[in-house]
Design a protein around this ligand. Structure first.
Ligand code: CA
Length: 332
């Protein structure tokens, strides 16, 4: 029987409110997500802030507020702004267009997705990691529960090239807030194997680490070969420093067999056989993989058939309802 997977609110309840806003995190908390995701980059003054991209183009009004501050490549990098400046920005729903109407490359798909929250009212700001932890800890107290953090270190090698130490700065905040020694309540995730090995072997973190798996042509901030990581030998390598993997949906769901059943790769079984957790991304009701006709079918395939251990979703309420409905078919 498959296990009941953990529900990770991907950038908060980002199906309903702009990603990585405190509102999206509070909503995910109220929806009962077990873990809330934080993508983290640093400000110019080295403060960890919760933001998905290393630049501010796709989710803020930076081009209007600080029109002259783009680099030569046209991007407004978070690391070029002090926290005080970042606090002046308004956050909006993710867009494919920057403020001057130019195309911003995003993966996957087109943004904004239809039927998502849109408003120009300037309601939201970029939180620091410390502020977000304060929000979660406060809600845990008032709602009498214990919600996990799921922190991603974004582009650590790029930060290093800019003279900043992302892993060190994130661990410092976690220590400060009393979360550095709560291995049941905090995961750290990264696309770069060297950063995870550094966290495990040099910084000696007690927190579980998740190796995210991408595609080699997606320009991730790592030299690792993602094809290799999905092989039994690659998975054995991951066990030397991490506790699980975060693969893309398409690394597991390979389309349809001739009889119409789902064709699955061996990745989940092979990773679990080596003791690794499997937490794939991203489960979106409004962006289904090709060949899948409904969100519940997507959940059936990954949860009941593939037997994943957790999932990143923009819609934590729908996944929680699904798990409730299928509880007799899942091990707790
Ligand atoms: Ca992430």
């Amino acid at each position: 029987m498959p296990t009941r997977p953990i529900v990770i609110a991907h950038r908060g309840a980002s199906g309903y409110l702009p990603e990585h806003t405190l509102a999206a995190k509070a909503l995910a908390h109220a929806m009962g997500a077990g873990f809330l995701e934080q993508d983290v980059v640093l400000s110019r003054d080295g403060i960890p802030v919760v933001l998905h991209d290393i630049h501010l183009d796709s989710t803020t009004n930076v081009a209007q507020r600080f029109a002259t501050r783009a680099r030569a490549d046209g991007h407004f990098y978070a690391i070029d702004f002090s926290l005080e400046e970042i606090r002046q920005l308004q956050v909006h729903e993710r867009s494919c267009l920057d403020a001057s109407g130019g195309e911003v490359a995003v993966f996957p798909g087109r943004f904004p997705l239809p039927d998502r929250f849109t408003s120009d009212a300037g309601l939201f700001r970029i939180p620091t990691l410390a502020e977000e932890i304060d929000l979660i800890a406060g809600l845990d107290r008032s709602r009498n529960c214990s919600t996990g953090l799921y922190v991603e270190l974004k582009s650590p090698n790029w930060h290093k090239a800019q003279g900043q130490n992302l892993a060190g700065a994130v661990l410092e905040v976690l220590e400060d807030k009393g979360y550095a020694d709560r291995p049941g309540q905090v995961f750290l995730q990264c696309f770069d194997d060297k950063t995870l090995r550094h966290l495990r072997h040099d910084l000696k973190t007690a927190l579980p680490l998740i190796q995210l798996i991408s595609e080699n042509d997606r320009g991730e901030d790592s030299e690792v070969d993602y094809d290799y990581l999905q092989t039994p030998r690659g998975l054995a390598y991951i066990t030397s420093y991490a506790d699980g993997i975060g693969p893309w949906l398409a690394h597991i769901f390979k389309g349809r067999n001739e009889d119409g059943t789902a064709c699955l790769s061996q990745l989940v079984a092979q990773a679990q056989a080596q003791g690794l957790l499997v937490h794939p991304y991203t489960f979106r009701r409004d962006e289904l993989p090709e060949g899948i006709t409904s969100f519940s079918e997507l959940l059936d395939i990954f949860i009941l058939q593939a037997g994943i251990d957790g999932l990143f979703t923009d819609f934590p309420d729908i996944v929680s309802d699904y798990l409730q409905q299928h509880q007799d078919r899942l091990l707790v």
